[in-house]
Design a binder for this molecule. Structure first.
Ligand SMILES: [Zn+2]
Length: 933
């Protein structure tokens, strides 16, 4: 039986029966989607992992009785496709080889000179690969983005006019991540490194220094009240620069950066860091002269290369001072007055939760930081102090008029005041390293006449926080991160000068960039099938049309179709929206997913705001990060061709869950194949066969399987698919194995039920082989649309569940005795605990505590008469954590006599009077006494 043959057979049947084409009906709906992939390559296993999670949850929900919808589309917006096509036209080797590596034949490379061909080729191929992997997608709703799709183009135009109407789009000066070589803003898709990094605002503090200013950059302007000194690197050459009408001292690198940020820069001369040491400059905000001191942590490429020192709250600064104050020789080597240096004391400024008045000093002591060169520890210290300080801190009495304000509030006010009084300025830097595709390090440039989306709008942020608060987020721990991103997200440059996409409707020289045209298209899925069928023509569609469909506004137009069709489209949107779940990798939290929320809250009424996000980790392959250099990026297509869809699906689903990184174990696929095939054979061979009589062990396996079903259900609902497979397949199989060993011939009804349950649990993961089994069992219809097996809570009886553990432990105990005593016995005598001990055990089971148990037991006069033996027993039960409801041990043993005898290869005698070694006395509930002869 070949996996590939089965794949083809069932994929054809599903398609013919259209079981994944979902239209509105009376059932409750479940709408799953995911961030569509970019059309410049095939799917690798990493992306497939995320997409598969969407498929599994939609298949599961369908079996749970929901009308499940899982659509798919193809993202073509942006510059990468155009740039790559251009490189093919120029005959560039690397780009041509990239295509060849994907398996594109030499003769076809020519076609890729045309960007449109990319969108066509990769969307068609990806569709085939997903179909071959058994994805249950409603392909009628698929589309590509950009002006190549006139419907989508109109939809995006509508969205942007809506944003503009609401005042959420503006034009003006705007900082963007910029490639100095390409001379263009660099969006996420065009980056080799630094996805999600944005321009970060620094406050430039101006320190009066003779006729010039020394400039220090900070992210925490509110800490000016704690300034004690300035830091420079003695070895760095700084520059004295004319900036507009002032003279600034900063690093050369910084002066270059400022040229792109609306400053007129003219370098006058260089100044060695050394020359500044020991001199004084007047600190802004506190108007006090502070000393300039040497440090090793000033990076000329970061900020201005000069740092203001706040030792109360900045671990680096505290360690810098600490290093100097304990070392007279060091100070003298810089010509510093050691006595003056020793006078510097940290000034407490912020009351931080969980810290004393000098958090930086405290954390350095706690982490045992030895010097300012202890970089790793200092990074840790900074992280801890900054985040608590920033989010929980309150300004103290040393902060003048700002006393009592939260740090967050004070920050804005202090910054504003410093800038207004010309004691500070602003500069931007990328929040992390960003590398353009052309390998150039990116900078921040302030561009003029840039259109941007005003994500910084406080009202808008408020609405979006509300959306985050009310939605379902899997796992819930990511909710905090969403709130953080909503707070931190700045205005977003939403247009580019070239690339594929939709032109900005009111300023057509601009193209809307790729992270901005992919925020509410989940709504487009609800009606895209009408476009794909050509029911309605693109050229008649206007804003009023989308207002009618998505916002329920009246329209008098007919758009060339009947009123019924228009109403049907509107109803279809109302039926599917809002979507229930968007499944995505965690790397998209900071852009795609958050943008999706913002735009929904701007355009749609609250009832259409997203209901759920599921976020997963990255994927490693055999514990290594996937990367081009390691050559371990493998394509979904090739894996499925080699192993079949089901084994690859199972391998991916088992790779991981939650936001931790998943790990694909490529060897595991062989184990999975064996397991699936052996289940297939077992199911077909054993269905509807077995004994009619019922034994205790049948009730046991029923309880176990119901328990497993319950746990599996819980895992499925939370998209913990690894857990679901662990419980619902591997644990179930292990227990089934024991059951068969125990009873030899299974009960017919029980085994048939288990076969159905197991196959159904497998169906969302390994749908092809599950269908095949389903058919061979003689079932009508597809297992993909069969009912998910519901567990029966009443069957999960704790006492029954314990019976097999009991037998296992008796067998284990007998074996242990045989081994330890090196016996070769013929008869084993087992004595179960007497009735009265069970009376005590049941009390202990309830109380789980010695004192309360003994109090309760001693109410009984018979027990009191027994004396010490009672308290000894209670003690033992509690010590061994034997908390068991009553079971009829003798009866259980009797029923399993034959089995136990076979397992231990001895004759078993239960509760015989014969007891030559007085073993009976040692029996306690669930732990019978054993004598071997
Ligand atoms: Zn570039």
């Amino acid at each position: 039986m070949m996996f590939r043959t089965m794949d083809k057979k069932w994929q054809e049947r599903w398609e013919k029966a259209r079981i994944f084409e979902s239209d509105p009906d009376n059932r409750e709906k479940f709408f799953v989607n995911l961030p569509y992939p970019y059309m410049n390559g095939y799917l690798h296993l990493g992306r497939a992992f995320t997409f598969l999670r969407g498929d599994i949850i939609s298949r599961y929900k369908r079996m749970k009785g929901f009308n499940a919808l899982y659509p798919f589309a193809f993202h073509c917006t942006g510059t990468p496709i155009v740039a790559a096509a251009e490189r093919i036209s120029e005959g560039e080797e690397t780009q041509i080889n990239n295509l060849k590596k994907m398996g594109i034949p030499d003769g076809e490379i020519e076609n890729f000179k045309d960007p449109v061909y990319w969108t066509k080729h990769f969307s068609e191929e990806m569709t085939e690969h997903l179909k071959a992997t058994g994805f249950g997608i409603d392909w009628r709703r698929s589309f590509i983005t950009t002006s190549l799709n006139p419907y989508y183009n109109k939809f995006i135009e509508w969205q942007f006019r809506k944003l503009k109407e609401k005042g959420l789009i503006a034009i003006g000066k705007h900082p963007v991540i910029w490639c100095p070589k390409c001379k263009n803003p660099v969006g996420d898709h065009a980056r080799l490194e630094g996805e999600g990094e944005t321009p970060q605002e620094f406050t430039l503090l101006k320190f009066e220094f003779g006729d010039s200013y020394i400039i220090a950059a900070t992210l925490r302007p509110e800490t000016v009240f704690g300034q004690t000194n300035l830091w420079v690197d003695p070895e760095i050459e700084y520059v004295k620069t004319k900036v507009d009408n002032e003279i600034w001292i900063m690093s050369k690198e910084c002066s270059e950066k400022l040229k792109n940020q609306e400053k007129n820069i003219e370098v006058i001369e260089t100044v060695k860091g050394k020359e500044l040491l020991g001199k004084y400059a007047k600190a802004p905000g506190i108007e006090r002269e502070i000393m300039i001191l040497p440090s090793s942590f000033c990076d000329p490429d970061k900020g201005t290369g000069i740092v203001t020192s706040v030792p109360s709250d900045a671990p680096d600064d505290w360690m810098g001072i600490y290093d100097l104050q304990k070392d007279k020789e060091l100070c003298e080597s810089y010509n510093l007055n050691w006595d003056e240096v020793k006078k510097i004391k940290p000034i407490p400024i912020i009351k931080t939760k969980g810290f004393g008045e000098l958090p930086a000093v405290e954390i350095c002591k706690k982490l045992r930081v030895k010097s300012q060169r202890d970089r790793e520890l200092l990074e840790k210290a900074k992280k801890e102090v900054y985040s608590t300080g920033f989010y929980t801190g309150i300004m103290n009495e040393n902060c003048g008029e700002y006393e009592g304000l939260s740090v967050m509030e004070a920050k804005e006010k202090i910054k504003r005041k410093l800038i207004d009084s010309k004691k500070a300025d602003i500069m931007y830097e990328p929040s992390g390293n960003v590398l353009c595709r052309c390998l150039t390090k990116c900078i921040v440039k302030i561009v003029k006449d840039q259109w941007f989306i005003r994500y910084n709008d406080p009202e808008w942020k408020k609405r979006t926080h509300k959306a985050v608060e009310n939605m379902n987020i899997i796992p819930d721990t990511v909710r905090k991160q969403f709130h953080y991103v909503v707070d931190w997200l700045n205005d977003w440059a939403c247009t580019r000068e070239f690339g594929l996409g939709t032109r900005l409707p009111w300023d057509k020289k601009w193209v809307i960039e790729s992270l901005s045209d992919s925020t509410i298209y989940m709504a487009f899925y609800t009606i895209s099938k009408y476009f794909n069928e050509g029911t309605i023509k693109a050229d008649v569609i206007d804003d009023e049309f989308f207002d009618y469909i998505f916002l329920g506004k009246e329209t008098t137009k007919n758009y060339g179709v009947s009123k019924e069709i228009l109403e049907k489209m509107r109803e279809e949107f109302e039926y599917w929206y809002p979507f229930d779940l968007r499944s995505s990798g965690k790397d998209l939290v900071q852009n795609h997913l958050t943008f999706c929320l913002f735009n929904h809250t701007a355009i749609f009424p609250e009832k259409y705001w997203p209901r759920g996000f599921a976020v997963n980790g990255w994927v490693m392959i055999d514990a290594e990060k996937m990367s081009t250099s390691k050559g371990n990026i493998t394509l979904l297509r090739d894996n499925v061709a080699k192993h079949g869809a089901d084994p690859i699906r199972m391998m991916l689903a088992f790779a991981g869950e939650g936001v931790d990184d998943a790990n694909i174990e490529t060897q595991f696929v062989e184990t999975i194949k064996e397991r699936l095939i052996s289940w297939y054979e077992f199911a077909i061979k054993n269905y509807n066969k077995g004994r009619e009589t019922k034994m205790r062990v049948d009730y046991w396996i029923e309880a176990v399987v119901n328990q497993i079903m319950k746990e599996t259900d819980d895992a499925m609902e939370n998209m913990m698919f690894r857990t679901a497979l662990q419980k619902g397949f591997f644990d179930l199989q292990r227990n089934l194995k024991w059951y068969l060993r125990r009873c030899g011939i299974p009960n017919k009804e029980t085994i048939s039920w288990i076969i159905e349950v197991q196959t159904k649990i497998l169906a969302p993961f390994a749908p092809h082989i599950s269908e095949e089994i389903w058919e061979k069992l003689g079932k009508k219809g597809f297992i993909s649309t069969a009912e998910w097996p519901e567990y029966d809570e009443t069957k999960i009886d704790e006492t029954i569940l314990k019976t097999e553990d009991y037998i296992k432990s008796v067998i284990d105990d007998i074996r242990k005795i045989v081994k330890v005593a090196k016996l070769e016995g013929k008869n084993v005598y087992v004595y179960t605990a007497p009735e009265w001990t069970w009376e005590i055990a049941e009390i202990v089971e309830k109380k789980k505590n010695f004192n309360e148990s003994i109090k309760e037991v001693m109410k009984n006069e018979d027990m009191r008469k027994k004396g010490k033996i009672v308290s000894k027993l209670i003690n033992e039960l509690i010590k061994n954590r034997i908390f068991s409801k009553k079971m009829d041990e003798a009866d259980i043993l009797k029923e399993s006599k034959e089995f136990i005898e076979k397992e231990v290869e001895m004759k078993l005698e239960i509760n015989k009077d014969y007891d030559p070694k007085n073993k009976k006395l040692f029996a306690i509930p669930t732990k019978p006494a054993i004598y071997i002869e």
